[in-house]
Design a protein around this ligand. Structure first.
Ligand SMILES: Nc1ncnc2c1ncn2[C@@H]1O[C@H](COP(=O)(O)OP(=O)(O)OP(=O)(O)O)[C@@H](O)[C@H]1O
Ligand SMILES: [Mg+2]
Ligand SMILES: [Zn+2]
Length: 632
């Protein structure tokens, strides 16, 4: 009787385990269904409104594509003056894509959101209308340094502009506040930081007077994505800018950003109380930029000598930026590069303002070749001839990467964007973004961009920004396209089981393992007691790290944190999909670049399917390549 019960119990356990697997599969299928449905919707929409994906798209409530076309013309009452001022004041010969349309829409009094890649010339879209309109334009900008750059530029072309911000002197503020209500306002643009709008009642009351007198002609909110917590650069004061439309409902508002997904934009519209703006989105494809990912080997990180060689040889006498993770890294990487004979200076938020602007100036005037910077060297960096942006550490999201790397090649000439991808860096950043809403999710999109070997890097960026992508749009201007089909699909099911077993075992012993500990345990470096209970591997460190990263990306492993007042610790735990491994029929694959795979690796990794032919390109740079190749 008892043994009967035990048998039934065992069967019940097995059925329950199987049910759990089915539930997970169902959840997976539902996710897939949602993805496909949304994909189908997008494709249907494209069929209904055929448009060239590389062309800017426009959308708006009461405006059809046909009507929008009208704004690309130059027969408006203001057109002659626009053309004249473009040449005489801004000393530019022609508009870049989307500028004229945006300017005409704004001149017609429409609320507008303009999404245009970094460095494409968004500022002109409010500066030129400001010059060609009565009254003045209010420009909200997040940083004082950005305001200073703009004022300097406008002064150089004789456009009157003033600013109010935390560093304005009392006398200056008094003068500007008085001028706002002058019947003949002596400036065309008033730059303010959002906290001024939110905190200065006096400024608001002056603006209201100017508004009633019809002299507040336009409002521009630069870096508008800062409104949304879903964006990559949320700034709390931006969230309170609803006051602008509430107090000045008749003034056209222009929101500008280089990076915003449609959901971030929707959020911004809601926050700013702009119910039905027209949205113009320029293509994200920067055709002159070459994108490449190189792998950092945790065993022998020679990224510094690699970067030094690049700068001294390939980029000899050319200007560039090396982005690093932390202030400390800025100092050490800068010192290391200097030792290797490269003219560099560090730049980070903790430096005093004079030192920062000195570095910026020296770099802008080519007295130093490279700035080794944290993200503090960011908004407003507008040097046209930056030939390379190298990331010594990955960015915390694709948005950040796009923006940071986008500082290269603003003059439309070829430039390189290279990122060094290291396993340990994932977790350094992970710990940093642990408190951010969707921080982890965004980081994984960046990791996916780096780990990817089979999709054009441009297509990954385009898909991220919800832009329809045409595969011919890269022209071999990324390392993946250059390598062609030089990758293989590897079955990693058994590896996944081994790794999951290590994490599971730790869990049952109430132990938490850092990614480094999991790596070492799997490579047989842990305590002897554990070694006996797990399946260790002979794969190389780089392969082990690539597989663990892939398991993290695919949801077989997950992330866990613990916080102390001083630091955040990062551990690996079982991911939501780990139970699927109990199903014998379940298999997991990952794609790896083939060049550099040695015979042994292929055997151990159980190649399942082979795709494509060896391209013959020896400059491969693969997660399974033992050493980073010097692709000079
Ligand atoms: N029509 C044009 N022709 C040539 N150069 C232009 C044109 N419009 C703008 N520029 C130049 O492009 C550079 C970048 O412009 P701007 O600073 O407005 O970029 P942005 O889109 O605001 O970028 P970010 O997102 O980094 O702020 C400037 O040096 C500007 O003078
Ligand atoms: Mg700008
Ligand atoms: Zn490509």
């Amino acid at each position: 009787m008892n043994s009967d019960r035990a048998k039934v119990q065992a069967e019940l356990d097995s059925v329950e385990a199987e049910l759990k697997v089915v539930e997970l599969q169902l959840a997976e299928l539902l996710k897939k269904q949602a993805r496909l449905t949304s994909n189908r919707k997008q494709l249907l929409r494209r069929l209904e409104k055929p448009c060239d994906s590389t062309q800017p798209s426009g959308s708006g409530p009461a405006m059809t594509k046909q009507e929008l076309l009208r704004y690309e013309k130059d027969d408006f009452p203001w057109s002659t003056e626009l053309k004249q001022s473009l040449k005489d004041v801004f000393q530019l010969s022609k508009f870049r894509p989307l500028q004229l349309k945006a300017i005409n829409l704004s001149m017609s009094g429409k609320d507008l959101f303009l999404v245009m890649p970094t460095g494409r010339g968004k500022s002109l879209c409010y500066q030129l209308p400001a010059v060609c309109s009565e009254g003045f334009t209010l420009v909200v900008t997040p940083l004082v340094s950005l305001i200073e750059d703009q004022l300097m530029y406008l002064k150089s072309i004789d456009v009157e502009a003033v600013s109010l911000n935390a560093s304005s002197s009392k006398e200056h503020a008094k003068m500007v506040l008085a001028e706002i209500t002058d019947t003949k306002v002596p400036f065309k643009l008033l730059y303010v930081t959002p906290e001024k709008i939110v905190k200065s009642k006096l400024l608001m009351s002056r603006l209201e007077k100017a508004y009633s007198a019809g002299r507040l002609s336009r409002i521009a909110v630069d870096e508008v994505h800062c409104c949304s917590q879903w964006g990559h650069d949320f700034k709390p004061d931006y969230k309170l800018l609803e006051i602008l439309k509430r107090q000045f409902p008749k003034v056209p508002l222009l929101g500008l950003t280089a990076t915003a997904t449609s959901s971030v934009l929707k959020d911004c519209q809601k926050i700013l109380c702009v119910p039905e703006p027209i949205t113009l989105t320029a293509s994200f494809n920067r055709t002159n930029l070459y994108y490449e990912v190189r792998f950092k080997d945790s065993n022998s990180d020679d990224s510094i000598s690699d970067i030094s060689a690049l700068i001294k040889e390939r980029y000899k006498d050319q200007s560039g930026i090396v982005y690093v993770f932390s202030q400390k890294d800025a100092e050490t990487v800068s010192a290391d590069l200097q030792k290797n004979g490269v003219k560099v200076s560090p730049y980070h938020a903790n430096m005093n303002p004079e030192d920062k602007s000195q570095v910026h100036r020296k770099w802008a005037t080519n007295k130093i070749q490279v700035v080794v910077a944290t993200v503090a060297f960011g908004m407003g960096i507008d040097k046209a001839d930056v030939r390379f942006v190298i990331h010594h550490t990955i960015s915390k999201s694709i948005e950040n990467y796009y923006q940071e790397s986008g500082r290269a090649g603003r003059d439309d000439k070829p430039a390189d964007c290279i990122v060094y991808f290291g396993f340990n860096d994932i977790f350094r950043i992970s710990a940093m973004v642990a408190m951010e809403k969707v921080g982890q999710q965004k980081l994984l999109t960046m990791v996916d961009y780096c780990q990817n070997v089979d999709r054009c890097r441009r297509s990954v960026i385009a898909v991220h920004f919800e832009e329809a992508w045409d595969d011919g749009g890269c022209n071999k201007m990324c390392d993946v396209c250059r390598h062609g089909n030089d990758y293989i699909t590897v079955d990693i099911t058994q590896h996944a089981k081994d790794v999951v077993q290590i994490v599971e075992l730790a869990g049952s012993l109430d132990e938490k393992l850092t990614p480094l500990k999991v790596t070492e345990a799997w490579m047989g470096k842990g305590p002897a007691k554990r070694r006996k209970m797990i399946q260790t591997t002979t794969l190389s460190r780089l392969e082990v790290e690539a597989i663990i990263t892939s398991l993290l990306l695919q949801g077989y492993l997950g992330e866990d944190f613990s916080f102390t007042p001083y630091t955040t610790y990062f551990y690996l735990k079982l991911g939501g999909k780990a139970p699927l491994l109990k199903n014998q029929a379940h298999s997991i694959t990952m794609k790896m670049r083939r060049t550099g795979l040695d015979a042994n690796t292929v055997k151990v990794s159980q190649v399942k399917t082979k795709e494509g032919k060896r391209s013959g390109d020896k400059a491969a740079n693969s997660p399974v390549t033992k050493k980073i190749k010097k692709d000079l």
